[in-house]
Design a protein around this ligand. Structure first.
Ligand code: ZN
Length: 311
């Protein structure tokens, strides 16, 4: 039986998984700082480089003996729902209006599909949850915060490929901050400025003037550091506020939280649940099933792989 490849394109590494249906058969990871690369190269060179890196990963899996029928890519950017071109990628500039899927398909002679990375992860979680009737909402807490919605067995992309940009829901700013934080999208006070790994790092820096990663701050929180604990409580509260708003719009029961920051969920759970439940309308309280992903970040590759067989 032929396999599919699912690719999760991150800012500093790219993961390639070989799947037979939903089963991960093989995996490779290429380290490549795409953010730095795209920032330093001309647009035509950025697109050439990303093509070179992606095709080398795919070819090395084929050379290992896998028979591949299609390739799906989860990509950090806005994807045009009709043409499937990259509209824009805030962290990987220079790739705007590039048709990565079509160009790779031409080189490899294989069907290639492209989807937003959070949408691909949402679809992967939907598969892993046994395709729940009623759909699924996904929130991925990484460098930023991405979101995805699966409805009627399909990704809901919106008309401009911008549906579920939950990281940019503006949340109430903490009373201890003089002004709302500036977001890369141009607005102030977006949820991801508090709830993402970089938001947690900002919260900690603002109190201590120390530049640490979210993982280092989680470790300190576990040791009782009050500023580290406060950074995670703020992250939980901002996330809960945004997800309660989404829940009031969509009334979907299955909510999955994934991404690197979700590994610190024990630091966030209580504050999240208190704020989430309080913000819901009474009839929805205690009805939403919140699950922290246990897919070890494989959901993005899985979703991309399965979506590539659906076209
Ligand atoms: Zn924003």
């Amino acid at each position: 039986m032929a396999s599919t490849i699912g690719i999760d394109v991150g800012g500093t590494n790219i993961r390639f998984g070989v799947f037979k249906e939903a089963q991960l058969m093989d995996e490779i990871r290429l380290e490549a700082n795409l953010c730095k690369l795209c920032a330093n190269l001309l647009p035509e060179h950025s697109s050439f480089e990303i093509m070179r890196i992606l095709s080398s990963g795919i070819i090395s899996l084929i050379e290992k003996g896998h028979t591949i029928q299609s390739v799906g890519i989860g990509f950090p950017g806005f994807i045009d729902p009709d043409s499937k071109k990259i509209i824009a990628s805030p962290n990987l500039p220079g790739l705007s209006y590039f048709n990565l899927a079509a160009e790779l398909s031409r080189i490899l002679g294989l069907p290639v599909t492209l989807e937003n990375d959070a949408n691909a992860a949402a679809y992967g979680e939907f598969i892993l949850a046994g395709k729940p009737h009623g759909g699924l909402i996904y929130a991925g807490l990484g460098t930023g915060v991405g979101g995805g919605l699966v409805l009627n067995d399909k990704i809901f992309t919106g008309q401009h490929g911008c549906a579920m940009e939950i990281g940019h829901i503006i949340v109430e700013r903490p009373a201890t901050e003089a002004s709302a934080r500036q977001c890369g999208c141009g607005n102030k006070g977006c949820m991801e400025q508090y709830a993402s790994a970089s938001g947690i790092a900002i919260s900690y820096f603002n109190k201590t003037q120390q530049n640490l990663t979210a993982a280092q701050i989680a470790k300190l929180a576990g040791e009782g550091d009050k500023y580290a604990i406060a950074a995670y409580l703020l992250s939980a509260s901002a996330l809960a506020q945004a997800l309660a708003s989404i829940t009031k719009v969509l009334d979907i029961k299955n909510l999955v939280i994934g991404g690197g920051v979700s590994g610190a969920w024990p630091l966030m759970k209580l504050a999240f649940m208190q704020r989430f439940e309080a913000d819901l309308i009474p009839v929805l309280r205690s009805t939403i099933q919140i699950k922290v992903s246990n897919a070890n970040d494989k959901a993005g590759m899985l979703g991309a792989a399965i979506l590539s067989t659906a076209e």
